[in-house]
Design a protein around this ligand. Structure first.
Ligand SMILES: Cc1cc2nc3c(=O)[nH]c(=O)nc-3n(C[C@H](O)[C@H](O)[C@H](O)COP(=O)(O)OP(=O)(O)OC[C@H]3O[C@@H](n4cnc5c(N)ncnc54)[C@H](O)[C@@H]3O)c2cc1C
Length: 438
Protein backbone atom coordinates (compact mmCIF):
# COMPACT_ATOMS: atom_id res chain seq x y z
CA UNK A 1 0.00 0.00 0.00
CA UNK A 2 1.21 3.52 -0.76
CA UNK A 3 1.38 5.60 2.41
CA UNK A 4 1.42 9.37 1.88
CA UNK A 5 2.57 11.76 4.59
CA UNK A 6 0.40 14.82 5.11
CA UNK A 7 1.14 17.80 7.38
CA UNK A 8 -1.91 19.80 8.43
CA UNK A 9 -1.05 23.16 10.00
CA UNK A 10 -3.81 24.36 12.30
CA UNK A 11 -5.94 22.15 14.55
CA UNK A 12 -9.24 23.99 14.04
CA UNK A 13 -12.35 22.63 12.29
CA UNK A 14 -10.88 22.98 8.79
CA UNK A 15 -7.78 21.00 9.81
CA UNK A 16 -9.78 18.17 11.41
CA UNK A 17 -12.28 17.98 8.55
CA UNK A 18 -9.33 17.70 6.16
CA UNK A 19 -7.97 14.77 8.18
CA UNK A 20 -11.42 13.18 8.16
CA UNK A 21 -11.81 13.56 4.39
CA UNK A 22 -8.32 12.11 3.84
CA UNK A 23 -9.19 9.10 6.01
CA UNK A 24 -12.45 8.66 4.10
CA UNK A 25 -10.57 8.59 0.82
CA UNK A 26 -8.05 5.96 1.98
CA UNK A 27 -8.46 2.50 0.44
CA UNK A 28 -6.57 -0.76 0.02
CA UNK A 29 -3.98 0.91 -2.22
CA UNK A 30 -3.53 4.28 -0.59
CA UNK A 31 -3.31 5.47 3.01
CA UNK A 32 -2.25 8.62 4.86
CA UNK A 33 -0.04 9.41 7.84
CA UNK A 34 -1.41 12.66 9.28
CA UNK A 35 0.69 15.03 11.40
CA UNK A 36 -1.29 17.99 12.73
CA UNK A 37 0.55 21.06 14.01
CA UNK A 38 -0.81 23.97 16.06
CA UNK A 39 0.90 26.97 17.60
CA UNK A 40 -1.11 26.39 20.79
CA UNK A 41 -0.65 23.48 23.19
CA UNK A 42 -4.44 22.95 22.86
CA UNK A 43 -6.26 21.96 19.64
CA UNK A 44 -9.76 22.85 18.29
CA UNK A 45 -9.08 26.43 17.04
CA UNK A 46 -12.07 28.75 17.34
CA UNK A 47 -14.26 25.95 18.68
CA UNK A 48 -12.27 26.45 21.89
CA UNK A 49 -11.36 30.13 21.63
CA UNK A 50 -14.18 31.64 19.51
CA UNK A 51 -17.53 29.93 20.07
CA UNK A 52 -19.39 31.66 22.91
CA UNK A 53 -19.31 29.88 26.29
CA UNK A 54 -23.13 30.06 26.59
CA UNK A 55 -23.42 27.91 23.43
CA UNK A 56 -22.03 24.60 24.77
CA UNK A 57 -23.89 22.46 22.21
CA UNK A 58 -21.80 23.96 19.39
CA UNK A 59 -18.67 22.71 21.13
CA UNK A 60 -19.87 19.09 20.99
CA UNK A 61 -18.31 18.90 17.50
CA UNK A 62 -15.05 18.31 19.41
CA UNK A 63 -16.23 14.68 19.86
CA UNK A 64 -15.75 14.29 16.09
CA UNK A 65 -12.30 15.86 16.35
CA UNK A 66 -11.27 13.54 19.19
CA UNK A 67 -12.36 10.51 17.18
CA UNK A 68 -10.09 11.57 14.32
CA UNK A 69 -7.26 12.17 16.81
CA UNK A 70 -7.68 8.65 18.22
CA UNK A 71 -6.90 7.05 14.84
CA UNK A 72 -3.49 5.32 14.72
CA UNK A 73 -2.41 7.40 11.67
CA UNK A 74 -2.69 10.70 13.60
CA UNK A 75 -0.01 12.63 15.53
CA UNK A 76 -0.42 16.02 17.23
CA UNK A 77 2.42 18.55 17.39
CA UNK A 78 1.11 21.27 19.72
CA UNK A 79 3.15 24.37 20.60
CA UNK A 80 4.73 24.35 17.13
CA UNK A 81 4.20 27.54 15.13
CA UNK A 82 4.70 27.61 11.38
CA UNK A 83 7.01 30.50 10.57
CA UNK A 84 8.59 30.48 14.05
CA UNK A 85 9.40 26.92 15.12
CA UNK A 86 9.25 25.38 11.69
CA UNK A 87 9.40 26.76 8.16
CA UNK A 88 7.16 25.87 5.25
CA UNK A 89 10.17 24.72 3.17
CA UNK A 90 11.05 22.13 5.86
CA UNK A 91 7.50 20.81 5.73
CA UNK A 92 7.47 20.70 1.95
CA UNK A 93 10.65 18.62 2.00
CA UNK A 94 9.40 16.17 4.62
CA UNK A 95 5.79 15.65 3.53
CA UNK A 96 4.03 14.63 0.34
CA UNK A 97 1.31 17.18 1.02
CA UNK A 98 1.12 20.29 3.25
CA UNK A 99 -2.33 21.65 4.12
CA UNK A 100 -2.55 25.11 5.69
CA UNK A 101 -5.53 25.48 8.03
CA UNK A 102 -4.31 28.46 10.02
CA UNK A 103 -7.54 30.52 10.11
CA UNK A 104 -7.66 34.31 10.34
CA UNK A 105 -6.95 35.75 13.76
CA UNK A 106 -6.36 39.51 13.31
CA UNK A 107 -9.29 41.91 13.72
CA UNK A 108 -9.94 44.36 10.88
CA UNK A 109 -9.76 48.06 11.77
CA UNK A 110 -12.49 50.65 11.23
CA UNK A 111 -9.93 53.20 10.04
CA UNK A 112 -11.64 56.19 11.67
CA UNK A 113 -10.25 58.93 13.96
CA UNK A 114 -10.22 58.07 17.67
CA UNK A 115 -10.03 54.31 17.10
CA UNK A 116 -6.80 54.15 19.14
CA UNK A 117 -8.42 55.65 22.26
CA UNK A 118 -8.49 53.47 25.40
CA UNK A 119 -11.81 51.68 25.68
CA UNK A 120 -11.84 50.62 22.00
CA UNK A 121 -11.04 46.95 21.44
CA UNK A 122 -11.44 44.45 18.67
CA UNK A 123 -13.64 41.36 18.96
CA UNK A 124 -10.47 39.53 17.87
CA UNK A 125 -9.06 40.41 21.33
CA UNK A 126 -12.26 40.44 23.41
CA UNK A 127 -13.53 36.98 22.37
CA UNK A 128 -10.29 35.00 23.01
CA UNK A 129 -9.96 36.89 26.32
CA UNK A 130 -13.29 35.59 27.65
CA UNK A 131 -12.58 32.16 26.14
CA UNK A 132 -9.23 31.73 27.91
CA UNK A 133 -6.81 31.85 24.93
CA UNK A 134 -3.38 32.09 26.62
CA UNK A 135 -2.22 35.01 24.40
CA UNK A 136 -5.16 37.19 25.47
CA UNK A 137 -5.36 36.61 29.24
CA UNK A 138 -4.20 40.17 29.97
CA UNK A 139 -6.56 42.03 27.58
CA UNK A 140 -8.71 43.13 30.51
CA UNK A 141 -11.49 45.06 28.72
CA UNK A 142 -12.76 48.06 30.69
CA UNK A 143 -16.31 47.23 31.82
CA UNK A 144 -16.59 50.03 34.41
CA UNK A 145 -18.93 52.27 32.38
CA UNK A 146 -22.61 51.83 31.55
CA UNK A 147 -22.68 51.99 27.74
CA UNK A 148 -21.16 49.51 25.31
CA UNK A 149 -21.37 49.68 21.53
CA UNK A 150 -20.51 46.75 19.28
CA UNK A 151 -19.89 47.63 15.63
CA UNK A 152 -20.83 44.83 13.24
CA UNK A 153 -23.91 42.94 12.10
CA UNK A 154 -22.80 39.32 12.16
CA UNK A 155 -22.75 36.51 14.69
CA UNK A 156 -19.42 37.60 16.21
CA UNK A 157 -20.91 41.04 16.99
CA UNK A 158 -23.98 39.28 18.37
CA UNK A 159 -21.84 37.04 20.62
CA UNK A 160 -19.95 40.08 21.97
CA UNK A 161 -23.15 42.03 22.60
CA UNK A 162 -24.90 39.09 24.28
CA UNK A 163 -21.91 38.29 26.49
CA UNK A 164 -21.85 41.91 27.70
CA UNK A 165 -25.61 42.02 28.26
CA UNK A 166 -26.03 38.68 30.06
CA UNK A 167 -26.36 38.53 33.82
CA UNK A 168 -23.06 36.96 34.97
CA UNK A 169 -24.77 34.11 36.84
CA UNK A 170 -25.95 32.89 33.41
CA UNK A 171 -22.26 32.35 32.62
CA UNK A 172 -21.24 30.75 35.92
CA UNK A 173 -21.95 27.21 34.75
CA UNK A 174 -20.07 27.60 31.45
CA UNK A 175 -16.41 27.11 30.49
CA UNK A 176 -15.75 30.87 30.33
CA UNK A 177 -12.25 31.78 31.58
CA UNK A 178 -12.19 32.43 35.34
CA UNK A 179 -10.58 35.86 34.87
CA UNK A 180 -13.41 36.90 32.50
CA UNK A 181 -16.17 35.64 34.79
CA UNK A 182 -14.71 37.78 37.58
CA UNK A 183 -14.65 40.89 35.36
CA UNK A 184 -18.22 40.24 34.08
CA UNK A 185 -19.40 39.93 37.71
CA UNK A 186 -17.95 43.36 38.46
CA UNK A 187 -19.19 44.86 35.14
CA UNK A 188 -21.24 48.08 35.22
CA UNK A 189 -22.30 47.73 31.56
CA UNK A 190 -26.09 47.90 31.41
CA UNK A 191 -26.84 49.26 27.95
CA UNK A 192 -25.41 47.49 24.92
CA UNK A 193 -26.07 48.50 21.30
CA UNK A 194 -25.05 46.39 18.31
CA UNK A 195 -24.76 48.69 15.32
CA UNK A 196 -24.90 47.72 11.63
CA UNK A 197 -23.96 49.99 8.74
CA UNK A 198 -26.57 48.51 6.43
CA UNK A 199 -30.27 47.65 6.88
CA UNK A 200 -31.84 44.74 8.78
CA UNK A 201 -32.30 42.94 5.45
CA UNK A 202 -28.53 42.94 4.91
CA UNK A 203 -27.50 41.77 8.38
CA UNK A 204 -25.34 38.65 8.53
CA UNK A 205 -26.82 37.39 11.82
CA UNK A 206 -28.24 33.89 11.52
CA UNK A 207 -31.78 33.38 12.74
CA UNK A 208 -31.09 30.87 15.59
CA UNK A 209 -28.92 33.57 17.19
CA UNK A 210 -31.68 36.17 16.72
CA UNK A 211 -34.37 33.82 17.99
CA UNK A 212 -32.62 33.21 21.30
CA UNK A 213 -32.62 36.93 22.17
CA UNK A 214 -36.26 37.20 23.31
CA UNK A 215 -35.61 34.22 25.60
CA UNK A 216 -33.06 36.15 27.67
CA UNK A 217 -34.79 36.43 31.03
CA UNK A 218 -32.85 39.25 32.59
CA UNK A 219 -32.08 41.40 29.55
CA UNK A 220 -34.61 43.41 27.54
CA UNK A 221 -33.91 43.39 23.81
CA UNK A 222 -34.87 46.27 21.51
CA UNK A 223 -35.15 46.88 17.77
CA UNK A 224 -37.01 49.92 16.47
CA UNK A 225 -40.16 48.44 14.82
CA UNK A 226 -40.06 50.99 11.98
CA UNK A 227 -36.57 49.77 10.96
CA UNK A 228 -38.00 46.29 10.40
CA UNK A 229 -41.21 47.51 8.74
CA UNK A 230 -39.12 49.62 6.32
CA UNK A 231 -36.82 46.67 5.58
CA UNK A 232 -39.80 44.38 4.89
CA UNK A 233 -41.27 46.90 2.47
CA UNK A 234 -37.90 47.34 0.74
CA UNK A 235 -37.39 43.61 0.12
CA UNK A 236 -40.93 43.21 -1.23
CA UNK A 237 -41.58 39.84 -2.88
CA UNK A 238 -38.04 38.58 -2.11
CA UNK A 239 -39.26 37.75 1.36
CA UNK A 240 -41.30 34.87 -0.14
CA UNK A 241 -38.47 33.33 -2.16
CA UNK A 242 -35.46 33.88 0.15
CA UNK A 243 -35.83 31.59 3.15
CA UNK A 244 -32.95 32.93 5.27
CA UNK A 245 -33.97 36.54 4.66
CA UNK A 246 -37.56 35.76 5.67
CA UNK A 247 -36.49 33.90 8.77
CA UNK A 248 -34.17 36.73 9.86
CA UNK A 249 -36.72 39.48 9.30
CA UNK A 250 -39.43 37.48 11.09
CA UNK A 251 -37.09 36.94 14.05
CA UNK A 252 -36.24 40.66 14.15
CA UNK A 253 -39.91 41.61 13.89
CA UNK A 254 -40.65 39.40 16.87
CA UNK A 255 -37.94 41.16 18.87
CA UNK A 256 -39.16 44.60 17.78
CA UNK A 257 -42.67 43.85 19.06
CA UNK A 258 -41.74 41.86 22.18
CA UNK A 259 -42.95 43.07 25.55
CA UNK A 260 -40.19 44.25 27.82
CA UNK A 261 -39.85 43.07 31.38
CA UNK A 262 -38.35 46.27 32.71
CA UNK A 263 -34.95 44.64 33.18
CA UNK A 264 -32.03 46.85 34.10
CA UNK A 265 -29.94 45.29 31.32
CA UNK A 266 -30.69 46.35 27.77
CA UNK A 267 -29.48 45.05 24.43
CA UNK A 268 -30.43 46.99 21.27
CA UNK A 269 -29.89 46.24 17.59
CA UNK A 270 -29.57 49.41 15.52
CA UNK A 271 -29.17 49.65 11.75
CA UNK A 272 -28.13 52.09 9.04
CA UNK A 273 -25.40 53.85 11.03
CA UNK A 274 -21.82 54.31 9.78
CA UNK A 275 -19.24 55.10 12.49
CA UNK A 276 -17.36 58.31 11.61
CA UNK A 277 -15.34 59.11 14.69
CA UNK A 278 -14.66 57.89 18.21
CA UNK A 279 -14.88 60.88 20.56
CA UNK A 280 -13.38 61.40 24.01
CA UNK A 281 -10.62 63.34 25.74
CA UNK A 282 -8.49 60.53 27.10
CA UNK A 283 -10.75 57.53 26.48
CA UNK A 284 -13.85 56.71 24.46
CA UNK A 285 -16.88 58.75 25.59
CA UNK A 286 -19.12 58.89 22.51
CA UNK A 287 -19.25 57.59 18.95
CA UNK A 288 -20.34 59.77 16.05
CA UNK A 289 -22.37 58.07 13.30
CA UNK A 290 -23.72 59.08 9.90
CA UNK A 291 -27.33 58.02 9.44
CA UNK A 292 -27.80 55.99 6.25
CA UNK A 293 -30.73 55.04 4.09
CA UNK A 294 -31.20 52.29 1.50
CA UNK A 295 -31.68 53.22 -2.14
CA UNK A 296 -32.07 50.43 -4.73
CA UNK A 297 -30.60 47.96 -2.25
CA UNK A 298 -27.51 50.21 -1.79
CA UNK A 299 -26.63 52.04 1.40
CA UNK A 300 -26.14 55.81 1.09
CA UNK A 301 -25.33 58.31 3.81
CA UNK A 302 -27.69 61.16 4.63
CA UNK A 303 -26.60 64.51 6.16
CA UNK A 304 -27.96 63.43 9.51
CA UNK A 305 -25.42 62.74 12.27
CA UNK A 306 -26.05 61.07 15.64
CA UNK A 307 -23.81 60.62 18.65
CA UNK A 308 -24.26 57.73 21.06
CA UNK A 309 -22.75 57.58 24.56
CA UNK A 310 -20.08 54.91 24.83
CA UNK A 311 -17.77 53.61 27.56
CA UNK A 312 -16.62 50.50 25.69
CA UNK A 313 -16.45 50.13 21.91
CA UNK A 314 -15.98 46.69 20.39
CA UNK A 315 -15.30 46.37 16.68
CA UNK A 316 -16.51 43.14 15.09
CA UNK A 317 -16.13 43.87 11.39
CA UNK A 318 -14.16 40.85 10.24
CA UNK A 319 -10.78 39.18 10.47
CA UNK A 320 -7.67 38.75 8.39
CA UNK A 321 -4.89 36.18 8.54
CA UNK A 322 -1.43 36.79 9.94
CA UNK A 323 1.24 36.61 7.25
CA UNK A 324 3.35 33.44 7.36
CA UNK A 325 6.90 33.60 5.93
CA UNK A 326 7.12 31.76 2.60
CA UNK A 327 3.33 31.65 2.17
CA UNK A 328 1.68 34.06 -0.31
CA UNK A 329 -0.97 36.34 1.19
CA UNK A 330 -3.74 38.10 -0.69
CA UNK A 331 -6.19 40.47 0.98
CA UNK A 332 -5.85 38.83 4.40
CA UNK A 333 -6.10 35.25 3.09
CA UNK A 334 -3.58 32.74 1.81
CA UNK A 335 -3.45 33.24 -1.95
CA UNK A 336 -4.91 30.14 -3.64
CA UNK A 337 -6.84 28.84 -6.60
CA UNK A 338 -9.63 26.56 -5.36
CA UNK A 339 -7.52 25.57 -2.36
CA UNK A 340 -4.21 25.08 -4.16
CA UNK A 341 -1.33 27.36 -3.15
CA UNK A 342 1.39 25.63 -5.20
CA UNK A 343 2.47 22.07 -6.04
CA UNK A 344 1.98 20.00 -2.88
CA UNK A 345 0.71 22.92 -0.75
CA UNK A 346 -3.01 23.50 -0.17
CA UNK A 347 -5.18 25.69 2.07
CA UNK A 348 -8.56 25.10 3.72
CA UNK A 349 -11.03 26.88 6.02
CA UNK A 350 -10.95 30.56 6.91
CA UNK A 351 -7.32 30.86 5.76
CA UNK A 352 -8.58 29.89 2.27
CA UNK A 353 -11.97 31.61 2.06
CA UNK A 354 -11.64 34.45 4.55
CA UNK A 355 -13.65 34.70 7.77
CA UNK A 356 -17.06 33.49 6.73
CA UNK A 357 -19.05 30.35 7.26
CA UNK A 358 -19.99 28.28 10.27
CA UNK A 359 -18.13 25.21 11.52
CA UNK A 360 -20.01 22.90 9.11
CA UNK A 361 -19.07 25.05 6.10
CA UNK A 362 -15.46 23.96 6.65
CA UNK A 363 -16.45 20.31 6.31
CA UNK A 364 -17.74 20.57 2.75
CA UNK A 365 -14.94 22.99 1.86
CA UNK A 366 -12.21 20.67 3.20
CA UNK A 367 -13.78 17.70 1.37
CA UNK A 368 -13.59 19.61 -1.91
CA UNK A 369 -9.92 20.47 -1.38
CA UNK A 370 -9.13 16.86 -0.38
CA UNK A 371 -10.67 15.63 -3.65
CA UNK A 372 -8.17 17.85 -5.43
CA UNK A 373 -5.27 16.72 -3.21
CA UNK A 374 -6.03 13.07 -3.88
CA UNK A 375 -6.31 13.66 -7.62
CA UNK A 376 -2.91 15.39 -7.61
CA UNK A 377 -0.97 13.00 -5.34
CA UNK A 378 2.50 12.11 -6.64
CA UNK A 379 2.74 8.61 -8.11
CA UNK A 380 5.14 7.55 -5.35
CA UNK A 381 5.22 8.78 -1.73
CA UNK A 382 8.43 10.44 -0.54
CA UNK A 383 9.47 7.73 1.91
CA UNK A 384 10.74 8.60 5.37
CA UNK A 385 10.97 12.33 6.02
CA UNK A 386 12.45 13.43 9.30
CA UNK A 387 10.31 16.35 10.40
CA UNK A 388 11.11 15.61 14.02
CA UNK A 389 14.72 16.64 13.33
CA UNK A 390 13.56 20.21 12.62
CA UNK A 391 11.74 20.69 15.92
CA UNK A 392 13.08 20.58 19.44
CA UNK A 393 11.15 17.54 20.68
CA UNK A 394 11.12 18.85 24.25
CA UNK A 395 8.79 21.68 23.29
CA UNK A 396 6.15 19.56 21.54
CA UNK A 397 2.81 18.97 23.23
CA UNK A 398 1.74 15.60 21.85
CA UNK A 399 -1.79 14.24 21.77
CA UNK A 400 -1.09 12.57 25.13
CA UNK A 401 0.08 15.93 26.46
CA UNK A 402 -3.15 17.57 25.28
CA UNK A 403 -5.16 14.70 26.82
CA UNK A 404 -3.47 15.43 30.15
CA UNK A 405 -4.44 19.14 29.90
CA UNK A 406 -7.97 18.14 28.87
CA UNK A 407 -8.44 15.80 31.86
CA UNK A 408 -7.20 18.40 34.34
CA UNK A 409 -9.56 21.04 32.90
CA UNK A 410 -12.58 18.70 32.88
CA UNK A 411 -12.08 17.46 36.43
CA UNK A 412 -11.48 21.00 37.75
CA UNK A 413 -14.76 22.01 36.04
CA UNK A 414 -16.74 19.01 37.33
CA UNK A 415 -16.13 20.02 40.92
CA UNK A 416 -17.83 23.39 40.14
CA UNK A 417 -20.65 22.08 37.92
CA UNK A 418 -18.93 23.48 34.81
CA UNK A 419 -17.96 21.60 31.61
CA UNK A 420 -14.31 22.52 32.14
CA UNK A 421 -12.15 25.08 33.88
CA UNK A 422 -9.69 26.33 31.31
CA UNK A 423 -5.99 26.58 31.98
CA UNK A 424 -4.95 29.95 30.55
CA UNK A 425 -1.28 30.40 31.34
CA UNK A 426 1.31 29.28 28.81
CA UNK A 427 3.64 27.91 31.49
CA UNK A 428 0.90 25.82 33.12
CA UNK A 429 -0.36 24.53 29.76
CA UNK A 430 3.15 23.49 28.75
CA UNK A 431 3.97 21.89 32.05
CA UNK A 432 0.67 19.93 32.12
CA UNK A 433 1.26 18.99 28.47
CA UNK A 434 4.72 17.64 29.32
CA UNK A 435 6.63 20.19 27.23
CA UNK A 436 9.28 22.82 27.80
CA UNK A 437 8.78 26.42 26.69
CA UNK A 438 12.02 26.56 24.67
C1 LIG B 1 -16.07 34.70 17.73
C2 LIG B 1 -16.52 33.57 16.84
C3 LIG B 1 -17.61 32.81 17.19
C4 LIG B 1 -18.03 31.76 16.36
N1 LIG B 1 -19.12 31.03 16.72
C5 LIG B 1 -19.55 30.04 15.92
C6 LIG B 1 -20.69 29.27 16.30
O1 LIG B 1 -21.31 29.49 17.35
N2 LIG B 1 -21.09 28.25 15.45
C7 LIG B 1 -20.42 27.99 14.28
O2 LIG B 1 -20.80 27.06 13.55
N3 LIG B 1 -19.34 28.71 13.90
C8 LIG B 1 -18.90 29.72 14.69
N4 LIG B 1 -17.81 30.47 14.32
C9 LIG B 1 -17.13 30.13 13.04
C10 LIG B 1 -16.13 28.98 13.20
O3 LIG B 1 -15.43 29.15 14.39
C11 LIG B 1 -15.20 28.94 11.98
O4 LIG B 1 -15.98 28.59 10.84
C12 LIG B 1 -14.07 27.92 12.12
O5 LIG B 1 -13.45 27.93 13.37
C13 LIG B 1 -12.98 28.16 11.04
O6 LIG B 1 -12.11 27.06 11.12
P1 LIG B 1 -10.58 27.11 10.70
O7 LIG B 1 -10.05 25.76 11.04
O8 LIG B 1 -10.45 27.64 9.33
O9 LIG B 1 -9.89 28.23 11.66
P2 LIG B 1 -9.64 28.27 13.22
O10 LIG B 1 -10.75 27.68 13.98
O11 LIG B 1 -9.27 29.68 13.51
O12 LIG B 1 -8.33 27.35 13.46
C14 LIG B 1 -7.06 27.77 13.03
C15 LIG B 1 -6.00 27.08 13.90
O13 LIG B 1 -4.71 27.36 13.34
C16 LIG B 1 -3.77 27.63 14.37
N5 LIG B 1 -2.70 28.44 13.78
C17 LIG B 1 -2.79 29.70 13.31
N6 LIG B 1 -1.60 30.11 12.81
C18 LIG B 1 -0.72 29.09 12.99
C19 LIG B 1 0.67 28.90 12.69
N7 LIG B 1 1.39 29.85 12.09
N8 LIG B 1 1.25 27.72 13.03
C20 LIG B 1 0.53 26.73 13.63
N9 LIG B 1 -0.81 26.85 13.94
C21 LIG B 1 -1.42 28.01 13.61
C22 LIG B 1 -4.61 28.37 15.41
O14 LIG B 1 -4.00 28.29 16.70
C23 LIG B 1 -5.93 27.61 15.34
O15 LIG B 1 -5.97 26.52 16.23
C24 LIG B 1 -17.35 31.50 15.14
C25 LIG B 1 -16.25 32.29 14.79
C26 LIG B 1 -15.83 33.31 15.63
C27 LIG B 1 -14.65 34.17 15.23
Amino acid sequence: MKRYKVAIIGAGPAGYFTAQALNNSADAERGFQIDMFDRLPTPWGLVRSGVAPDHPKIRTVTKVFEKIAAEPNYRYFGNVELGRDIQIADLERAYDVVVLATGTSLGKKLGIPGEELPGVISAADFVPWYNGHPDYASVNPPLEGKYAIVIGAGNVAMDCGRMLALVPHELSSTDIADHALEVFHASSIRDVTIVGRRGPEHAAFTSPELRELPKLEETDVFIRPEQIADAISRVGARIESEKDLRSNLEAMKEIAHAEHRGNERKLSLAFLLTPLEVLGSDRVERVKFAVNRVENDKVVSTDEIVELPCDLLITAIGYKGLEIPGVPNERGRIANVDGKVREGVYVVGWAKRGPSGVIGTNKSDSSEVVKRIVAELPATPKGVGAIDAHINSEKIVTHDGWSAINSVEISAGEALGRPRRKVVSWSELLSLGGAKST
